[in-house]
Write a protein that binds this ligand. Structure first.
Ligand code: AMP
Length: 435
């Protein structure tokens, strides 16, 4: 009997795997432009890490974590996001003391949340993200917001919507919470069960409620902007001014509060709607944090970061036909006609690979038509045919798959010919670029 995937998981295979690889490569290149270095942390962490950072009022910690006891009776959790592990590593390794600040790290890898699977929502998904830790300047916030925006542009997205808001400092938030509690106290009766819990643990979360009736009530709620301290307002305005100066378009969304407890000051999300009208929710999201490092036992350093969901980015690029270079390609496909020819074909293949050419040799005894089809499916630039005549004369017949042009090459001249062919092609490409 076949065994199926666990609910909410998916295989990444074939063209999709190539697309994922390219998406990650572009994200890494963007992060590299800004001086970020990679960090790789474990998929499993102590449960306590997420309780302390993501926070016990968040949906993630309250109901979405994959938590289990290991054989040593320790509570272990599959990471629901990657920021917490990065912060733990910075503290454990005292990177703040040995490296220049800001610490700039990027990461990519799987995260796990026990959510209801739906469009763009999986139980195992992949995130790419960055964190800049240790500078308080609003320039750092602006830099990270622009990095995410530019990375998404490099991937091919135009018309990205950047939603942005500020949660202010702790004093601003405390005042605002009091005002929200006062307001929602009169409406709580008719609101969803989740909101009743949110009211008790963190009333800011109610602003994020997706239930339509509750949203109407949220519309009448007090606005954060009226509760900001002058410093918090200045900080937000400074970031917006930088975005204006670099023509990064944004929409202020006062109900944007994010689902993780560690944020303060600026929070943001990147959205995109495809030409067919598909919107999978935020492609990426992030914000500024003040207490994350100190809550994990490190010094009082603030930071800023975002995470993008690779699955969502892929789905949107695909829907708008913005995926490039996902078809398989190879340089040479070697077609030996018969058992004896395979011996020579195997040698030819080895020699081409040793010279750096991507080469596949057909190892089965197939007829010409079948092998030619395979060469096409492989995206081969040239086919190399070896039959009885070729063995006798120690030459191969080479066929340009695009032009169908055929020519003979002596065994001894193969690599020189390959170099010539690919130099020529590169030059042609070059001319196209220059035109
Ligand atoms: P968050 O860590 O919740 O701020 O999410 C950051 C980004 O990760 C989101 O904008 C999504 O692109 C992606 N993401 C979060 N949860 C999921 C999920 N369950 N499935 C797929 N992508 C997700």
């Amino acid at each position: 009997m076949e065994i199926n995937l666990p609910k909410g998981t998916h295989d990444v295979i074939l063209d999709e795997a190539r697309a994922y690889d390219r998406i990650e490569t572009v994200f890494k290149a963007a992060a590299d432009l800004y001086g970020f270095n990679e960090m790789r942390t474990p998929v499993i962490e102590h449960t306590e890490l997420f309780v302390r950072s993501v926070g016990d009022s968040s949906d993630i910690v309250r109901k979405e974590m994959y938590t289990f006891k290991d054989k040593g009776d320790r509570s272990i959790t599959l990471r629901p996001e990657l920021t917490a592990g990065i912060m733990r590593s910075i503290v454990n390794n005292k990177l703040y003391a040995t490296q220049d600040l800001p610490l700039k790290a990027y990461y990519v890898g799987p995260a796990f949340r026990y959510e209801r699977p739906q469009l763009g929502r999986y139980r195992q998904f992949n995130q790419f993200g960055v964190e800049a830790v240790g500078v308080t300047s609003p320039y750092s916030d602006a830099e990270v917001i622009m990095l995410g925006f530019n990375a998404l542009k490099m991937l091919g997205f135009e018309d990205i919507t950047l939603k942005i808001n500020t949660l202010g400092d702790e004093a601003s938030r405390n005042n605002y919470r009091v005002a929200l509690k006062e307001y929602f106290a009169h409406h709580l009766e008719g609101m969803c069960e989740d909101c009743k819990v949110r009211y008790e643990v963190n009333p800011l979360r109610i602003l994020d409620c997706k239930v339509p009736e509750d949203q109407k009530i949220v519309e009448g709620a007090p606005k954060m902007s009226n509760y900001l301290s002058p410093e918090a307002k200045d900080r937000f305005d400074a970031i917006l001014a930088l975005l204006d100066a670099f023509s990064v378009p944004y929409e202020i969304d006062e109900n944007l509060v994010r689902g993780l407890d560690y944020y303060s000051h600026v929070v943001f999300e990147y959205h995109y709607t495809t030409k067919k009208g598909v919107n999978v929710g935020a492609m990426g999201a992030g914000g500024h944090y003040d207490n994350l490092i100190s809550d994990l036992g490190g010094p009082a350093l603030s930071g800023v970061g975002f995470a993008c969901g690779i699955e969502r980015v892929y789905a949107l690029l695909k829907d708008d036909e913005l995926l490039v270079d996902t078809k398989e390609t190879t340089d040479f496909y070697v077609m030996p006609m018969g058992e004896e020819a395979l011996q020579d074909g195997f040698m030819v293949g080895a020699a081409l690979r040793a010279a750096g050419y991507r080469t596949e040799v057909c190892l089965e005894n197939k007829n010409f038509k079948t092998m030619f089809k395979r060469a096409e499916r492989k995206g081969s630039r040239f086919a190399i045919i070896i039959g009885d005549d070729e063995i006798k004369t120690e030459t191969v017949t080479m066929k340009n798959m695009a032009t169908q042009e055929q020519f003979k090459v002596a065994y001894g001249d193969l690599i020189a010919k390959a170099d010539e062919l690919f130099d020529l092609e590169d030059e042609e490409h070059h001319h196209h670029h220059e035109e």
